[in-house]
Design a protein around this ligand. Structure first.
Ligand code: FES
Length: 347
């Protein structure tokens, strides 16, 4: 059932007159859990399970969730695990031009993957989840380059699958090479899509890893290609320095927070509490607050859900996720913000 935003806004406005001191949200979620205005929500529509601890999951976004996205972007999913909301971002694997407004993701259980393991074990149709809107800079350009090289490893293939699917029908215009690594042959997912593009599959337990030298042998015209890469940080670091040495255009997607930055740290003042703490440039403001006894709300701790946003009263904060520097008066995501000098936070 699709709800018109106008109708819902009128419904909320009428409710507000009768529901004070509670918020209309407290009632509307009883009528339909996907109508919450406080946070974005969705419902698991279907779950397909595979023997290798992998699931394909389709989510129906609730009211207010932006459904347009670019192939290669991710959504944030939040779910209560052990009494606390845990967030993780997952690449969308369906294409943006599908008109059903649904989100498809693929999840594999991984060591220490709290939410991934929980979802693989327990996800079923009908469960409500919190959502963070589609985001991410890892997507194709328009127009497409003439030649592309995708280098992926493990579940890093997922954003590229959406890109490959979105390029069907335009393939005659672009020369595409795909090099994908898996540790074991049984780890391979999306075999059909990869076969369509005649991807080179490197089984690292048998053939060794894909080093830049291997890549140059597999793709002799690599200098003519724009490179998209997604996989473990070590692989991405190596590819970025290879691309820089060879003057290649490269775009990478990292799903872990890279703490390396020029931010020097400084003294953080939590103004409302009157608490000060001094930190380095790799400790986030959220972490610094927790260590100093200032508990601030948080969700994903990855810069996607916005639960941790606070006002920067004074000083400058470096955003580890975007690389931006935030000015006084900005709203900052404390989970990915580090102090670039002394700062004052409204917390
Ligand atoms: S906790 Fe989700 S954006 Fe900071």
């Amino acid at each position: 059932m699709t709800e018109s935003p106008d109708r819902l806004a009128r419904f909320r406005s009428v409710l507000r007159r009768f529901t004070t001191p509670l918020l209309p949200d407290d009632y509307t979620v009883l009528a339909n859990p996907l109508w919450s205005k406080r946070e974005l929500r969705g419902k698991i529509e279907s779950v397909e399970r595979f023997p290798d601890d992998t699931i394909h999951m389709v989510i129906r976004p609730g009211w207010g969730v932006p459904v347009s996205f670019e192939a290669g972007q991710y959504i944030g999913i939040g779910l209560r695990v052990d009494g606390r909301y845990t967030w993780r971002s997952y690449s969308l694997t369906n294409t943006p031009d599908t008109t059903d407004g649904l989100f498809s993701i693929t999840i594999r259980a991984v060591e220490k993957g709290k939410l991934s393991n929980h979802l693989v074990g327990t996800a079923r149709p009908g469960i409500n989840v919190r959502l963070a809107a589609p985001a991410g800079d890892f997507h194709l350009t328009d127009p497409l380059p003439e030649k592309l090289l995708f280098v992926t490893a493990g579940s890093g293939v997922t954003p590229v699958i959406a890109m490959l699917r979105s390029m069907e029908g335009r393939r005659e215009d672009t020369d595409i090479k795909v090099v994908h690594s898996v540790r074991h042959r049984s780890d391979l997912i999306f075999e059909d899509v990869l076969a369509d593009y005649d991807a080179h599959i490197q089984v690292t337990s048998e053939d060794g890893r894909v080093s830049p030298e291997v890549l140059e042998t597999l793709v002799p015209d690599f200098r003519e290609r724009v490179v998209y890469a997604c996989g473990p940080a070590t692989m991405l670091d190596e590819l970025e320095s290879w691309a820089s040495d060879n003057d290649l255009e490269i775009r990478v997607e990292r799903f872990t927070l890279d703490r390396a930055s020029d931010a020097k740290g400084g003294t953080i003042t939590f103004a409302k509490r009157g608490i000060e703490t001094t930190v380095d440039g790799a400790t986030t403001i959220l972490e610094a607050g927790e260590a100093a006894g200032v508990q601030m709300p948080f969700g994903c701790r990855m810069g996607i859900c916005q639960t941790c946003v606070r006002e920067l009263v004074d000083g400058h904060v470096h955003d580890l996720r975007t690389g931006d520097t935030k000015e006084p008066g900005s709203r900052i995501r404390t989970c990915v913000g580090v102090a670039a000098g002394d700062v004052v936070i409204d917390a």
